[in-house]
Design a protein around this ligand. Sequence first.
Ligand code: PBG
Length: 379
Amino acid sequence: MLIAIQQSSKRRDYGDEVIKNKIGLFDARTDFNQTKSMVWFATNPYICTKYIDMFIYNRHRRLRKNESIRSMVRENVLTPQDFILPMFIAEGENVRHEIASMPGVYRQSIDNTVKEIKQVWALGIRAVNIYVKVSDNLKDNTGKEAWNPNGLMQNAIKAIKDACPEMIVMPDVALDPYSEFGHDGIVENGIVLNDETVEALVRMSVSHAAAGADFVAPSDMMDGRVGAIREALEEEGFTDVGIMSYAAKYASAFYGPFRDALDSAPGFGDKKTYQMDFHNSQEAIREAMADVEEGADILMVKPGMAYLDIVRQIKDQFQMPVSVYQVSGEYAMMKAAAERGWLDNDKVIMESLVCIKRAGADLISTYAAKEAAILINNQ
Ligand code: PBG
């Protein structure tokens, strides 16, 4: 802080006129001693009778005075193009099933999904993540339904691209919706196998690319899968299909509602042998580094709100687009509190998303994408 000291005093004892008019301007941090002596000098009643003026040169509130000024100096602003909308696809026709723990989020058949896609596009949203719920009789321990060219995912990709060719379609790549064990990989003796799973993920990714996916989004956290997928895409001629890798995906309790939506909770154990330990942050950098070297185009951090330190570190470390997944449990928490009147829905949604962007996200995958886009468009 700058302190201005004006000494323009009469001497009390003699009743003299101003003997000196000395103005000192000091930076209290760097000119500490000088400031201190001036303060003493100016406050000593025998020498200086007048006063000390302390001007605050930095009045931060000047830039917060009204909304025009605040918006003029605003550092981060959301647009609908920042969002990726996650969508849940169900088998059948005219199916629209609201997910209990995620108000306003539906599991829908392809026909209804396609109708919604057009609204989503009109709102300015340009990308969707897609997840499928396949029936139990298609689940096994190889995950082979995952690369069925006529599978639910592949048909959904085709239908969305037919209806809205410019919509960026990013299917989820992981075996959990297809696994009889509800795990993201192939299981042997209670262990999720890495390399065998990677082979399956490669097939799955190529089948998504063949169906028209713009990006594949591996969310499984097996080692080496980004490189293997990249190589296969190159070999098969899908050189312009991107990889949005879930580079730092933590084993998180915030995924609960998602697993309800897809009925994909692990049948035994947990996902801690492949998803990351939330006590760690350096490990996230190692994971991201490997994915960058293996050819990822976008790095994702997941979950969002409780992991913004990781987002910032990855953004600072790599000159790469970073996406953040505001996951099902985060959405459920905000909705549950808003339903009770404990939080203001619109404000808390917007704040959470802006803060994710401020932390370094270029893209945000969020179940609130549509309502946030509406709020932005109506501003
Ligand atoms: C599955 C997958 C999960 C999510 C995205 N892909 C769940 C999990 O890993 O168990 C979570 C998304 C959310 O909670 O919104 N590979």
